[in-house]
Design a protein around this ligand. Structure first.
Ligand code: HEC
Ligand code: HEC
Ligand code: HEC
Ligand code: HEC
Length: 179
């Protein structure tokens, strides 16, 4: 074999190696770019509402926006007008607030993507959990105050049972938790 042919063979071998390295890096990139965040960050909401900013940085109480958590059947999501207690004065020209303002003017509720729910046949009330069970929101919802977009967590029965066992709470599920 001539010197030239040997050299070009060596170059070809290097190219081969670099090709695989590049492919591996690209795939890792794609994996982190698409798959990783989609698992770790919740669904895109119609308005970019951030719990990290409101409940975390600005320390707004959960109950200000979810007032029925200890009263009604559901904790409830804040109505559009509640946002404007503050946003009438705070960053009123922010594009997301302008979008929210359209909902206020047209009287159309924001179609928030629901994150936490249990099936209809499950009876769940916040009140006994918070008041008598002395549980913090984070025990069931995670550290909401550190999240921009809440993560999906469709509660499974195991989640209820495990904690009820640990805390010596109601285990007679078919009487207590199911309609
Ligand atoms: C108790 C006051 C208060 C209420 C109620 C409130 N916000 Fe805010 N919001 C703030 C403050 C303070 C900031 C930070 C403003 C800044 O960065 O200067 C903010 C920031 C924002 C931002 C901009 C975030 C960014 O990326 O900079 C958006 C969007 C927003 N709020 C949406 C909402 C929506 C939607 C509601 C109603 C569900 C709401 N806010 C209710 C006080 C409030
Ligand atoms: C300024 C208002 C505001 C504050 C303060 C706030 N939230 Fe929210 N919360 C919202 C809005 C708006 C949504 C609907 C959009 C979303 O899911 O991000 C929501 C959604 C949620 C949901 C998911 C509801 C679903 O769709 O299943 C949970 C759980 C929740 N909040 C818990 C909390 C907790 C815990 C705190 C306190 C650490 C808190 N929130 C503070 C406005 C607020
Ligand atoms: C023992 C677990 C548990 C604790 C503690 C808890 N939650 Fe929930 N939360 C749930 C479950 C389960 C649902 C789904 C209920 C449903 O589908 O009816 C839910 C739903 C919600 C929702 C969705 C809206 C709604 O009305 O269903 C909000 C908002 C919420 N919780 C806020 C809070 C806040 C704020 C706290 C703390 C003050 C809190 N939760 C504490 C389990 C819990
Ligand atoms: C993190 C712990 C925890 C989780 C998760 C949890 N529970 Fe509970 N639950 C408790 C405790 C503690 C009590 C007892 C409160 C008391 O002493 O009355 C309780 C009480 C109850 C009761 C009896 C009070 C009432 O409402 O009449 C029901 C029903 C119930 N839980 C249903 C559920 C369901 C359904 C789920 C799952 C969606 C669930 N729980 C998840 C801790 C938990």
């Amino acid at each position: 074999m001539t010197e030239g042919a040997k050299a070009s063979k060596r170059i070809a071998r290097w190219w081969n190696l670099w090709f695989w390295v590049a492919l591996l890096l690209t795939l890792t990139g794609v994996y982190f770019f698409f798959w990783f965040p989609s698992r770790d960050i919740g669904p895109v909401q119609p308005i970019y509402f951030s719990h990290r900013i409101h409940a975390g940085v600005k320390q707004i109480n959960c109950r200000f926006c979810h007032p029925y958590v200890e009263r009604g059947e559901h904790a409830g999501l804040p109505e559009v007008s509640k946002c404007f207690f503050c946003h009438k004065y705070i960053i009123p020209k922010h594009p997301q607030i302008l979008k929210e303002k359209e909902h206020l003017d047209n009287g159309v509720p924001v179609p928030w993507v629901r994150i936490f729910f249990v099936p209809d046949f499950v009876k769940f009330r916040h009140l006994p959990h918070i008041r008598y069970g002395k549980l913090d929101c984070a025990e069931c919802h995670g550290d909401v105050a550190s999240m921009d977009r809440l993560r999906v967590n469709n509660f499974q029965m195991k989640f209820c049972i495990d904690c009820h066992k640990k805390k010596n709470a109601q285990l007679d599920c078919f009487l207590a938790c199911h309609h």
